[in-house]
Design a protein around this ligand. Structure first.
Ligand code: FAD
Length: 456
């Protein structure tokens, strides 16, 4: 099969007959196996414009790929054209203004590396290989969220290629409706070719994981719930139900034990972080191990990368959570105990503090009243586990969902959600999103995403 000729395209177009097609089409989630007609590896915004025009004029399904981390594989498509931004990895830090200009193929680790040299960081997620683009366009939660808000709350400006092939810059002063929409509305409005972020001081951090035996999970989760609500915002600390990985450096005597973990980073003086964590630990039983210590900021944001390489099978489901009752905690613990593989996990990421101080209608992310963003991730290296992963993930989610909000962080929605889950996730902001979609992408060219339908 010949690859299409894209007028004015300078990068490489990869098709099924190319030797590296399989590598080029592979995504982070090994459960997804999509076969695009062609993958257009862009070298600049001009290439993006050429590829958008080509897809639209030829009636091709169009997918846009940043870091390729989407759970449902929304960075690719079957039979269509993929705009692959993965080669665009530049970062320019302006230390005087504490701003950072970021190319759309950057991973979180790329950005952390560049800003660390200046003692700065942008609020990002907890895994280094995650794409900045998809994470930002969906919202972005991480260790700095309690202090500095979501990633979108730190977005100043974007360059974009729209469905008609035109190029615009959107900020609060230019195309303010579009700028509103991209701060949580995903890839629905066009292809972002450059991001400008506000960065914040972050150099060394008191950070790392603490694991308890699952028999202590009720006590740990309940105590954490009460503690984090009042903890200083410099502390980003999430709670998880997991299994101790059967691998180094974990102590062999604990391998495969069901566990409850607190994983966090304190962005402030180490002694203050230590004292704060000590005040929590004195209320809890002795952990299996406590690996909190002083780390450079990029290290905590990529600490788990070796355990989650590209190509594992992933099935995930999420919810926003307002309150965590003892009853809900019991249901979490009972379902986590049935996990089919030691890779499976449930995390509750705090989205309070600075996240709550932004008005519900200031960005599409309407769940400003939530306390946590929950993800249940069913993971395995073995393709044969795919059905078991889905079965466990769905059953766990169905059991806890009645205790949670109706919507979820859009980046934690999977492909098999109920028809109205995207709408529920945006709440009252959905209607405005559909109007802006109708203005900028009336033909729904950008539909390989958590899709917002153009309004009438
Ligand atoms: C291991 C792991 C850890 C994670 N941890 C966190 C976390 O801590 N915090 C958090 O908030 N999220 C986290 N996520 C979720 C993550 O935010 C989403 O998976 C996100 O979609 C990843 O972005 P990407 O660019 O890698 O994805 P891709 O698969 O490339 O793209 C995802 C979506 O964004 C669109 N898109 C990508 N780039 C562009 C662009 N330039 N312009 C327009 N649309 C674009 C795509 O079309 C697609 O719809 C994690 C995911 C994984 C797999």
């Amino acid at each position: 099969m010949d690859v299409p000729v894209i007028q004015g395209f300078r990068g490489r177009v990869i098709g099924p007959s190319d030797k590296d097609y399989d590598e080029a089409r592979s995504l982070y989630n090994g459960m997804i196996d999509k076969r695009p007609k062609a993958i257009a590896r862009c070298t600049d915004a001009a290439d993006v414009m050429a590829a958008v025009n080509h897809a639209r004029d030829n009636g091709l399904l169009l997918a846009v790929r940043g870091g390729g981390h989407s759970g449902p594989g929304l960075g690719s498509c079957d039979g269509g054209l993929v705009i692959d931004l993965s080669q665009l990895r530049g970062v320019r830090v302006d230390p005087a203004n504490r701003t950072v200009r970021v190319d759309p193929g950057c991973t979180s680790a790329d950005l952390d590396h560049a800003t660390h040299a200046f003692g700065l960081a942008v609020p990002l997620g907890i895994v280094g290989s995650t794409g900045v683009a998809g994470l930002t366009l969906g919202g972005g939660t991480g260790y700095l969220s309690r202090k500095y808000g979501l990633t979108i709350d730190n977005l100043i400006e974007v360059d974009m290629v729209l469905a008609d092939g035109s190029f615009v810059t959107a900020s609060k002063d230019r195309h303010d409706d579009l700028f509103w929409a991209v701060r949580g509305g995903g890839g629905n409005f066009g292809v972002v070719t450059s991001f400008l972020f506000q960065a914040h001081p972050a150099k060394m951090t008191f950070a790392g994981p603490i694991f308890w035996d699952a028999k202590d999970a009720m006590k740990v989760m309940g105590t954490y719930r009460d503690f984090i609500a009042r903890a200083p915002e410099e502390l980003g600390l999430f709670v998880g139900l997991k299994t101790v990985p059967p691998a180094d450096p974990f102590p062999k005597e604990h391998w495969n034990k069901r566990a409850c973990a607190l994983i966090g980073a304190f962005n402030g003086p180490t002694a203050t972080g230590q004292a704060l964590m000590a005040s929590l630990l004195e209320k809890l039983p002795a952990p299996l191990f406590n690996w909190m210590g002083e780390l450079p900021w990029p290290a905590i944001n990529s600490l788990f990368d070796p355990f989650f390489p590209k190509g594992l099978q992933w099935y995930w489901k999420g919810d926003f959570v307002t309150t965590l009752s003892d009853e809900a905690i019991s249901i979490h613990i009972a379902n986590a105990a049935k996990a089919p593989t030691p890779f499976c996990l449930m995390h509750l990421y705090p989205v309070d503090g600075a996240v709550r101080r932004v008005a519900r209608d200031a960005t599409p992310w309407s769940a400003r009243d939530a306390s946590w963003s929950m993800v249940i991730a069913a993971i395995s290296p073995d393709r044969a586990d795919a059905t078991a992963l889905r079965t466990w993930g769905r059953a766990y989610w169905s059991a806890v969902h009645p205790y949670n909000q109706k919507g979820a962080y859009v980046n934690f929605l999977d492909a098999d959600e109920a028809d109205n889950r995207v709408e529920l996730s945006y709440g009252d902001n959905y209607r405005r999103l559909t109007a802006i979609k109708a203005k900028y992408d009336p033909g729904n060219l950008f539909r390989v995403n958590q899709n917002i339908k153009p309004g009438r």
